[in-house]
Design a protein around this ligand. Sequence first.
Ligand code: SF4
Length: 368
Amino acid sequence: MMNAMKDARTDLKGMPLPELEEFFRSRGKERYRTRQVSRWLYRKFAEEFSTMTDLSRDFREEMETMCRISSPPAEKVELSLDGTEKVLFRLEDGEGVESVLIPEKSRRTLCVSTQAGCALSCVFCATGASGFRRNMTSAEIIHQVCFAGRRLAERGERLTNVVFMGMGEPLENVPEVSRAIDILLSQYGFGLAGKRVTVSTAGIIPAMRDLADRYPVSFAVSLNAASEEVRSRLMPVNRRYPLRDLIAAMRGIPLRNGCKVTAEYVLLSGVNDTPADARALARLLSGARIKVNLIPVNPHDQGDFRPPSPASEERFRDILVAGGVQTITRERRGADIRAACGQLRGAPAGPRERGKSPLRAIASSKNP
Ligand code: SF4
């Protein structure tokens, strides 16, 4: 029904700048129009051509007839006690996706979604438990950034970092994620430095190598285990791209001076948080430019996983540090509004929700 009513005009949002230039060129427009319009889209976050006041009225009216600027509505904005903001967007086909804006000292980091749902079924993740619905378009991905940029600008603030770490596996949606990265890094887009854009992946090795060759962005890899066996149980994608190959690929990512790849490690009490796990992880990462980000699991209503005790967490970190691995524990943000890592779902549970979670099986197999 909604698709039948879809607006046929060309959507300018999410169009990489060379494409936007070609769009104007093929319609006989001057080259500078690209810069002019993209500044309005990505620096002033315009959603209507009528607000582009330094463009002639004739040009604005012509634009109105042939193009549009998609802006899916924010259906719900939730504010956490710690200042984290979660926004639920309702997309044109009715799908719901979420982004999370995290303020920390001088940083304003936006965590964006790239898929409605996710097919990878990591067992500790609420998004994975809701199943895969579809890939998001670059317009839908970039709209989350525009929306946050506009909200921050209203307070006299600016977005400093973007992480592709929301709902979905970005590297299962490479074409649209690439288009979004083009706009984030472009001088006439958001103009962000590569080190301020992080792509988080569950370990889709060929796509990670491809993206690392094309963009100077940072990578965070969701590792979560130091053995093939545990990782395969936590993350079914490990059967496609095994841990040993993944670590080799992480070691091979080209890095600027002083930069490291991040290994995300969700700590699950009694599953992957023993001293033996920590020692095995330290051995795996030995000598690599990889730092570890420890994330005590955020409980959500899909499962029984619990975070380790503070003492176990500290012991785990100490073993890694003693093994020469730079390690930080991620501060939990937005947990009271279910905006923390692994808690995003995008919409109230629908009919696609799985009847049975695999969580109990995993937790019980490690907790006899
Ligand atoms: S952790 Fe990431 S890759 Fe795994 S199921 Fe959740 S969204 Fe998908």
